[in-house]
Every structure is written in structure tokens, then in C-alpha cells.
Design a protein around this ligand. Structure first.
Ligand code: B4P
Length: 189
């Protein structure tokens, strides 16, 4: 199984590159952000709780997203592999993912990290906010919160995957196709 973790700060292009990777490698896309936005759209209890946190640019609790990923793995037993997009975002989530995959006799093959500076991230998210209607893209102070959450809780995962020899950084600035080519060359190595 080819299990990839796509990593990077908010707006780094994880969703954008996931779409291209799924098409090329025929993997199942598991984006916790998309799943949570689906729950909000359907006005489920989980969605209503998550909305407050997401709109403020804060991470939702680990047990919520870990439960969601566990369910999706069960629903896709015959998958050739998965792209984890926006998950894990904390060490507890990374440890839970390792356990869930070990229970299925598989593991994360690599973490692909899109590296983009804060100025470019803010620019991209404000631009997307003009059309997306996403509350968390709508103003600079919420975007700053998201970047702070990333630096405090998510960035340490670089060390977690480096210790397993699985971390690979890629420059996330440039054309979408060039970035995609860099990702593919790492996967195909
Ligand atoms: P996510 O939905 O994961 O969103 P993201 O970090 O904003 O986006 P991404 O990096 O995918 O950016 P994209 O490709 O869209 O998270 C939203 C919220 O959900 C979190 O804040 C949190 O509250 C919650 N959440 C999700 N997962 C969680 C978890 N595991 N634990 C706890 N909470 C969780 O790109 C952004 C923009 O840049 C787009 O407009 C795109 O067109 C543009 N772009 C992409 N590549 C570009 C390039 N090369 N050049 C120029 N622009 C580019």
C-alpha cells in the first residue's frame, strides 16, 4: 500500500497537490478539513462543534479527527493506498495513525512537506477567501492564528517523521505543475 502524508502550513497547497496525486497514483484522498466542512454543511452535531473552532483558526480535538480517520480507513478496505491531507496535525494524531495502519499491516511510506513562507501563505489564503466564503480565510488575524497553531502543534511532526527516516521537504513556491513534478520524483524514487 502507498500511504502518503502531505504536510505543510495552511495554504501550502496540500489540497491542490492531493488532487493531482490521487489522479496519478489512484489513492484514496482523506482530507480532515474536507470531512469537517462536510459535517458543517450537513449541520451534524460534530459539524456544529467543529465550526466554532475552525472559524477561529483553531484545531479541533484530536479524538474527533482520529475517530473520523479510523472510520474512513474501515470504509475503504480495498484501497491501493491513502493520501492523508491535513492529518496528522499533532503528535497524538501521528501516533494514532501509526497504530491504525499497523492494525491493517501497513504504514506511512513518507511524509511530503510543502515549504512556503508566511507572507506567501497569507497572500494565498486571503485571495482564496474572496471566493471560498470560508470564514477562516477571511481575515489576517484568523490566518495568523492558523499559522501559530501550525507552528506550535503541527510543525513538531517534522521531527517525528524525520526520526522514522520518512520526512521529505519540497519547495512549495512555484508553479503547481513544477511542485507536482518534485513530489512525484520523490514518490517514484
Ligand atoms: P484544511 O482544510 O486542512 O486547510 P488548509 O490548511 O487551509 O489548506 P491547504 O494547505 O490544503 O491549502 P490549499 O491547497 O487549499 O484545514 C482547515 C481547518 O480544519 C484547520 O484550521 C482546523 O481547524 C481544521 N482541521 C483540519 N484537519 C485537522 C486535524 N487533523 N486536526 C485538527 N483540526 C483540523 O491551497 C490554498 C490556496 O493556495 C488555494 O487557493 C490554492 O489555489 C492556492 N495555491 C495552491 N498551490 C499554489 C501555488 N503553487 N502557487 C500559488 N497558489 C497556490
Amino acid at each position: 500500500m502507498l500511504n502518503l502524508v502531505l504536510f505543510g502550513p495552511p495554504g501550502a497547497g496540500k489540497g491542490t497537490q492531493s488532487e493531482k496525486l490521487i489522479a496519478k497514483y489512484q489513492l484514496v484522498h482523506l482530507s480532515t478539513g474536507d470531512i469537517l466542512r462536510g459535517e458543517i454543511k450537513n449541520q451534524t452535531t460534530l459539524g456544529l462543534e467543529a465550526k466554532k473552532l475552525m472559524d477561529a483558526g483553531v484545531l479541533v480535538p484530536d479524538e474527533v479527527v482520529i475517530g473520523m480517520i479510523g472510520n474512513k480507513l474501515e470504509e475503504n478496505k480495498s484501497a491501493k493506498g491513502f493520501i492523508f491531507d491535513g492529518f496528522p496535525r499533532t503528535t497524538a494524531q501521528a501516533e494514532a495513525l501509526d497504530k491504525l495502519l499497523a492494525g491493517k499491516n501497513t504504514s506511512v511510506k513518507m511524509m511530503l512537506a510543502l515549504e512556503v513562507d508566511n507572507e506567501e501563505l497569507t497572500k494565498r489564503l486571503l485571495l482564496r477567501g474572496k471566493d471560498s466564503g470560508r470564514a477562516d480565510d477571511s481575515n489576517e488575524s484568523i490566518i495568523r492564528n492558523r499559522i501559530n497553531e501550525y507552528n506550535n502543534k503541527t510543525a513538531p511532526l517534522k521531527d517525528y517523521y524525520t526520526a522514522q527516516g520518512k520526512f521529505h521537504g519540497v519547495n512549495g513556491i512555484g508553479s503547481i505543475d513544477d511542485i507536482f513534478a518534485s513530489l512525484c520524483s520523490l514518490i517514484d524514487k
